[in-house]
Design a protein around this ligand. Structure first.
Ligand code: GLU
Length: 502
């Protein structure tokens, strides 16, 4: 059958009345770029289909889970602009939304599997399992459980119980069998059960459910219709489908998104890339959430209009479609993200950018700008890639004097012509309309004409005297923002050789 027709038939899915999708992070680390992208695709899909987007915390790995990671994940998702309809922080009709709060429930469901024969108790100790693994390693075989618990006699069990061993629950994975599904993104997928590592633990000996079990119970309880997640979960999906079958429940539809790799082709991982895999890192550097959302949306999805590069979260939610999510690995290209970020820094509303710049400006006395901070931000934002750069870009606006590097001082300020420019500008200060950068610049240009100096020779001495550098924002803006009194001080200082490093 033609794959497109198959997919469009699937898209009309009569079994799904309201799409319900979720992001289900494990709070074992800060919010990862990959998790953020998965959350984004689920969010967009829910919004596009007028369905529900749920946040669920998969915190059954009690050794690695930590409340500070939960906080980081929730804050990070919020910061990106994602909102959920149900979740641990806001509740909803299918609570609880933290797995550790329903531990007993998983055990009750596992008990059912025990009674129906789909699961059994396994008394193997961690030492025995480690020995098995080692033996397999020496034989060059991949590690797998040898299903030994299937064959225990009543006497074996009594003996182990008497020894005080605590059993785990294992789910039977019959082999060989093909587990197949039509993936919403990758098309037909088949996994043979031989690849699944033997009968799997569903309840650990400490009574806590494992991920592959709790996820199925929750996807049933929360009535998930679709599961969109990274393709590193393909083998998990095969295991989960077997559990759905054993529990007599129809599984959700699955869609697996290709993972994100770096430009050299390595998977983005904390081990390889450190903090740069976390949303936090980008937040601290002054990336705009709009840029990250736009960039991450585009890593594996292409809008119907392929030329469309810039779009908001709300715009993407109008056109997002799983059919246009790519099968091939995504590449994390920092240059591309920087391109988006620079775009958003220069085009978001000025008050928003200024507000976001404040944390980088705590070393400065903002009162010195006398209400002209927005103008100052506006004068430099064209040149910024990350908002953290704004501290260096705005530094010269603060303080009485500026430091001028000696070589710049010599090459730009020492000529008679430069001194004349400085003096004439001082004379023209009273004529400058300070609130109007264009008007100020006009006064400078007119003065230049009068004394027969233009271009670099006119502008550089002023730039250097005011900011210490020949580069920087528009001269009219600079003068307006620094304000008459301080412009006067800086020009006079430069005229008399002060301010130059000696
Ligand atoms: N807790 C899993 C993870 O963080 C969720 C996978 C899933 O979406 O089922 O990878």
């Amino acid at each position: 059958m033609d794959i497109e027709r198959y997919r469009s038939r699937l898209a009309s899915r009569p079994d799904v009345t309201e799409v319900r999708v979720r992001i289900a992070p494990s709070p074992t680390g800060n919010l990862h770029l990959g998790t953020a992208r998965t959350a984004l695709y689920n969010y967009l899909y829910a919004r596009r289909t007028k369905g529900k987007f749920v946040l669920r915390l998969e915190d059954t790995d009690s050794e690695r889970s930590d409340e500070r990671f939960t906080k980081d994940i929730i804050e990070g998702l919020h910061w990106l602009g994602l909102r959920w309809d149900e979740g641990p922080d806001i509740g909803g009709p299918h609570p609880p939304y933290r797995q550790m709060e329903k531990i007993d429930h998983y055990e009750q469901v596992a008990d059912k599997l025990l009674s129906s024969g789909y699961a059994y108790l396994c008394y193997a100790t961690p030492e025995e399992l480690a020995a098995l693994k080692e033996e397999q390693r020496l034989q060059g075989k991949p590690p797998r459980y040898d299903n030994r618990g299937r064959h225990l006699t009543i006497e074996d069990r009594e003996r182990y119980e008497a020894e005080g061993r605590l059993p785990s629950f294992r789910f039977r994975i019959e082999e060989p069998q093909d587990v197949k599904w039509h993936d919403l993104i990758k098309g037909e997928i088949t996994v043979n059960s031989r690849e699944l590592g033997g009968d799997m633990v569903i309840i650990k000996s400490n009574g806590v459910a494992t991920y592959n079990f709790a996820v199925v119970v929750d996807d049933i309880d929360m009535q998930m219709t679709d599961v969109i997640r990274g393709e590193d979960h393909i083998h998990n999906t095969a295991k989960q489908l077997l559990v759905f079958e054993a529990l007599g429940h129809k599984p959700p539809h699955y869609g697996h998104v290709a993972l994100i790799f770096d430009v050299q082709g390595h998977k983005l991982s904390k081990r390889e890339h450190g903090e740069t895999v976390h949303i936090d890192y980008y937040k601290a550097q002054g990336y705009m959430p709009e840029a990250i959302v736009n960039y991450l949306a585009k890593t594996s999805w292409s809008p119907p209009d392929e030329k469309l590069e810039i779009f908001t979260l709300a715009e993407a939610a109008e056109i997002f479609d799983l059919k246009r999510v790519s099968h091939s690995p995504a590449k994390f290209d920092i240059d591309r993200l920087n391109w988006y970020n620079a775009h958003y820094i220069r085009s978001l509303p000025l008050n928003v950018v200024t507000e976001r710049a404040l944390p980088y400006l705590t070393d400065f006395n903002l009162a010195e700008l006398d209400g002209r901070l927005e103008l100052a931000v506006d004068s430099v934002r064209e040149r910024l890639i990350k908002l953290c750069e704004i501290k260096a870009a705005l530094r010269f606006y603060f303080g009485k004097t500026v430091e001028i590097p000696e070589d710049v001082c010599k090459s730009v300020l020492s000529s008679d012509e430069a001194k004349k420019v400085l003096q004439e500008t001082l004379n023209a200060l009273s004529r400058m309309p300070f609130g109007d950068p264009k008007g100020v610049k006009q006064v400078v240009d007119d003065m230049g004409k009068e004394i027969g100096v233009k271009g670099k020779n006119l502008y550089w001495p002023l730039r250097v005297a005011l900011s210490g550098s020949t580069q920087g924002p528009d001269l009219g803006s600079m003068i307006s923002i620094i304000g008459q009194a301080r412009v006067k001080e800086r020009l006079s200082a430069a005229l008399h050789g002060a301010g130059c490093a000696s």
